[in-house]
Design a protein around this ligand. Sequence first.
Ligand SMILES: [Zn+2]
Ligand SMILES: [Zn+2]
Length: 305
Amino acid sequence: MELTFLGTSAGIPTRDRNVSALALRPRQSAGWLLFDCGEATQHQVMRSSLSLYRLEKIFITHLHGDHVYGLFGLLASRGMLMAEAPLEIYGPAGLSTLLEKVMDASQLHLPFEIELHEVSGGERLTFPGYRIETVPLSHSIECYGYVYIEDPLPGRFDPERARALGIPEGPLYGRLQRGETVTLPDGRRVESSDILGPPRPGKRVVIGGDNDRPELFAPYGAVDLMIHEATYTQRDFDHLPRKFKHSTARQLGIAARDMGVRSLIATHISPRYDSEERLRELLDELHAHYHGPVTIAHDFLTVTL
Ligand SMILES: [Zn+2]
Ligand SMILES: [Zn+2]
């Protein structure tokens, strides 16, 4: 799968960072999913290799503006492009009212159908090739994280074993690889499990929303990648006159360490971290607790898993 960060700033855009949005292209898929849709996400899409035609599903973590104000413009543009494939949208209660009111007031008529699903946490949404589980988070308004879980991959093809069984090279190899049972020219039947290794587990990715308790993802344990906000360093957070329900790099580092996550990407970065030195403070704080590979996201960072 391929992940592209379209917006990595907390609250307001900066010269270098747009507000929250993340694209995920599932393995072996031309279509893609969008997680959150801050203002001007459609501009970021245009600057990437993604196309609104191929956008299949949108998942909104919560209704704060920096996560959702780009939705209306993006839908309208997808409509202007005459995309007709239906679009599924998932998000918290209130999303359908918000969308209906804006569409009604601005007389937005789309050439495609919107299938809107409000989530309430604990859902297991299954799709071909993967599933997505919803996790209630701790923020100042209702907010959900989404855990993307690939279906297991078939085991690896063992060409030596195939040769030993006398299977002729060619199309039969492909059919066995796809899990089919084949009949050989001499009449013998060969099951794919005879020449494939054990199924390999699919990748698991945590996609957090705004949340001051990253440990809420602990039940998912050693995921392949955790993408989560780290809006502030602990020191800056401690000096804030008014506390918002966000995570610090320290909190995220500790949670990722305790979960044993295989890799970590911090995003939703406060605009105050506007230089290499300031970003280094966030990174150092993450490294102080979590010793696996860690990256501070930037716009258009693309990761393949
Ligand atoms: Zn936010
Ligand atoms: Zn928020």
